[in-house]
Each structure stands twice: as C-alpha cells, then as structure tokens.
Design a binder for this molecule. Structure first.
Ligand code: SF4
Ligand code: SF4
Length: 450
C-alpha cells in the first residue's frame, strides 16, 4: 500500500528535501497527473484563508497592581472585556463594540492596536475583597507589558460560507457586507480550493494538535469550532496562538457598516500528503465546491436558497440568476490567502515549520441546533445563597461536597475529618452550632440541620 509517514515527511523537511505545493498548485498537478503520481511527487500541501472571523478573541493577563485588584469590569480603550475569570485575566472578543465609539472601534481594533505595539488604556473596577482591596485602576499598557496574550478563537476557518444576495428593495448591511437591492450584487466568503477544511474534509490530518500558521505566528488547532457542521459542509476550527508573535499584516480589524466590527485573520494549515487519497482530496478545485446562494432580504433563520453556485462561478465575477447576470465579489481576501499559502510553503521548504498529526480527530458528525424561544424567568433556576443562622447545628450534604477539605481547618469541634484517600467525612453529633463552617464551604454543602 502506498503511504508515507509524518516522520518521513518531517525528516525530508529537516533535510531540505520536502516537496511542498500550495493547494492551488496541487489542484493543477492532480488534474494533470492524477492523485497517485501527485502523491509520489508531493509531501505537503499548504492551504490558507484570510477572512472576517468574528468568533475570535484574546485572553489577557495584566499582572497584579499594588494593592492588588480582583477586576470585575474591564475596559481596554473603552471596549469592555469579559472578566468573569481570574482576578487579573480578561477575554476580549473581536466583535465587542466600544462604549464610546460603538462598533467603529471595538475588540478587533484593540487587538490590532496591541499587535501594533500601540499603547492601550486599561480601566478596571472591582467590589474589593480582603485579599484584593483595590476597587479601581486606570493605566496604560502595551502588548509587551502583559504576562500573556493568548488568542483563542472558538470558530474560525469555516469550510465554506453561503453566498449572499438581496432581492428586496432596500440596501442591506450584513455580515456578508453591503447587499444592494434588487439582487444587484452577490457576496461570498472563504478561499474555495485553498480553504484548509475543503482540502481535508474527512479530518485525516486536521485535528486537535495540528500546528498551523495563525496571523504570522505558529498556532494550534485545539478542536472543532462552535457550530461545527461537517455533514453539511460547514466544518469549523477552534484555534489558539500567541498574540505576541502575531503580525499586523495577517491580523486586521475591520468594520462592516451597519453590522459591527470584526477581525480579519490569516490562517494557514499544512496538509501532509500521507497517501493517494489525501492527494486526491487536496486536488479539489473551485469547480467542485458548491455553496448555496441565499436571499438575505428575508429576516428569518430559514432564508430562501436561490440556487447552488460553485466557487469557480463566484470567483469568476458573475453568477447568473433567473437569466440575469449578477456581479459577485469576495469578502475574504483571496490575495492574502494565496500569500499565506505561499509563505507557509516557503517556511516548510526552508525547514522552519514542521508538521504534527492530530492527537484527536475532529467529529465527523455534529448537529447545529436552533435556539428556541421559551417564556421563563432566571429565578426559576437559580439557587440563592442562604442566611447564616446562629446556634443551629449543621450537617454536610454529601451529594454536594466535592471534598476540598476547607472545613477541616475551620471547625473547632473536629466535626470534619479526612480519610487516607482525602475523602472528607463528618460527625454531625459533635457539632456545637458555632456556625463558622457554613459560609466557608465553597460547594454550599454545609447546611442547617432541621
Ligand atoms: S468545605 Fe464543603 S466541599 Fe469542602 S470538604 Fe467541607 S463540606 Fe465538602
Ligand atoms: S457549626 Fe461549628 S461546630 Fe458545627 S460543624 Fe460547623 S464549624 Fe463545626
């Protein structure tokens, strides 16, 4: 059976002997010579995409001020960041709008400014605790001041996108760009035959642990992305990379008027040609990749599909609908995708980028469920903290206890004890009712005895 191992390919890369083609070059080669010959000739195929990836963001660690603060609200250049994590960590999402400038300056713009080493104003508020007494802070940071800046993107590199048009009478401003009335234009996204997931639709080589090019840095695929739907040809990737190593050339903030801010990202995935089957798959062409042309004039989840169109048609500049030729244009940059595929190819040829195999494959099946609207109040589901009564005896609810052991040092009466395995047991009959333990248990497992 004809096959190569990843180790053999990495050895060839090390020796400067690996044959690397971009996915577009591979498409031509497979067409000309067939997959078996292409497999024999080629070791790695580089794929790439550069497009608006709203589902992107960065985890930032600011370090501790003196006195320290447990940040409960954080703004970076007046853009709110999510801080419901550790004291001085925050997650800044690309599409978060500024409180002052709305979506004309949002999370994506802050991320780009950080990568450009521009100063950014950090403002935080807190309720103050005994261990973190500070209640507010305002300062200026740059990317180099941060301990960590880790990009973690829940949904990137869609395998393909629907193409969009607008049969209505007014212009629409959407995540698919500006859609002119009366179907005067069609927009599309994705790199077609260059798209990473289009070249490995069965996830033979793309999976958890695959090393990738992410905005100029080495990144990794950390699993399938949200809304991953491979059966429908809409697989997605979750990726991570070090923001400090990224380049503004491959990470650009953008604004879609009327819709919001977003982050354009360059992502490249090398595919090792391990067998003729992979050669055949990487030989996919734009003529073979179809997507739905959807009418966005319907304000509904289920918009009508006008027809199926190929990426070859979409890239040609025109698509015919009901006898009318309609102009098409991409939203993602094919120029940049080609550039990244070439750059990754050159890095591999120079022995600067080695390939990994996934430690876990991406799921081949996944259902994307709609959000149903149901009448409900949050209070129905929320357990509110109880008051602390005095002189009432306590008992430990074993169904809630996770055996952290904190109560061991709190109880003066020796009610709690640990076994050799650190299981925490209790002897309720010893309880004096002092009440010290009730507000110490993080699991809420210590309760008032009835
Ligand atoms: S503090 Fe609470 S969760 Fe921890 S061991 Fe004691 S009862 Fe269990
Ligand atoms: S109420 Fe006091 S004596 Fe009783 S278990 Fe808690 S800490 Fe121990």
């Amino acid at each position: 059976m004809m096959k190569k191992t990843l180790e053999e390919i990495n050895e060839k890369i090390k020796e400067g002997k690996a044959v690397v083609l971009t996915a577009e070059e591979m498409t031509r080669l497979v067409k000309e010579k067939g997959p078996e010959d292409a497999f024999k000739q080629v070791d790695v195929v580089t794929t790439a995409t550069f497009g608006a990836m709203c589902s992107s963001g960065v985890f930032l660690n600011f370090g501790h001020a003196d006195p320290p603060i447990k940040m409960t609200k954080v703004w970076l250049n007046d853009v709110p960041a999510y801080t419901g994590i550790a004291a001085v960590d925050a997650y800044l999402g690309a599409t978060e709008p500024s409180e002052k400038f709305h979506f004309y300056y949002g999370g994506a713009q802050v991320i780009e400014d950080l990568v450009r080493r521009k100063p950014v104003v950090l403002r935080a508020e807190a309720y103050g605790t005994d261990c973190y007494p500070r209640k507010s802070i305002t300062t200026v940071i740059t990317l180099d001041d941060l301990n960590q800046a880790i990009m973690v993107n829940p949904r990137n590199a869609y395998q393909r996108y629907n193409a969009a048009t607008n049969s209505g009478s007014k212009t629409l401003f959407t995540y698919m760009g500006k859609l002119l009335p009366e179907m005067a234009n069609i927009t599309f996204s994705g790199a077609g035959e260059l798209s990473p997931l289009m070249n490995d639709p069965d996830f033979e080589t793309i999976g958890l642990g695959t090393r990738i090019f992410l905005a100029g840095a080495e990144g990794y695929i950390i699993g399938h992305g949200t809304q991953h739907s491979p059966e429908n040809g809409f697989a997605t990737l979750m990726v991570k990379g070090n923001l400090k190593e990224m380049s503004p050339e491959f990470l650009r903030a953008a604004v879609f008027e009327g819709y919001g801010c977003t982050l354009y990202l360059g992502l490249g995935v090398p595919i090792p040609v391990l067998n003729p089957g992979i050669a055949r798959k990487t030989g996919i062409s734009d003529e073979e990749i179809f997507t739905s042309l959807v009418d966005y004039s319907y304000p509904s989840r289920n918009r009508p599909v006008l027809k199926k169109v190929s990426y070859a048609e979409l890239k040609s500049g025109w698509v015919e609908v009901n006898g009318k030729k309609i102009k098409t244009s991409p939203l993602s940059s094919l120029f940049m995708a080609k550039k990244i595929a070439r750059l990754l190819k050159e890095k591999i040829i120079r022995g600067e980028f080695f390939l990994t195999l996934p430690v876990e494959r991406l799921p081949e099946r996944s259902t994307v469920k709609p959000l149903e609207i149901r009448e409900v109040r949050a209070e129905q589901f929320i357990k509110v903290k109880k008051d602390i009564p005095e002189q009432k005896k306590m008992y430990k609810d074993d169904s809630l206890c996770f055996h952290c052991g904190h109560c061991l040092s709190i109880c003066p009466s020796g009610v709690f004890m640990k076994t050799e395995q650190w299981e925490i047991k209790s002897q309720p009959e010893r309880c004096s009712g002092c009440g010290l333990c009730l507000d110490a248990c993080p699991a809420g497992a210590i309760n008032v005895r009835k």
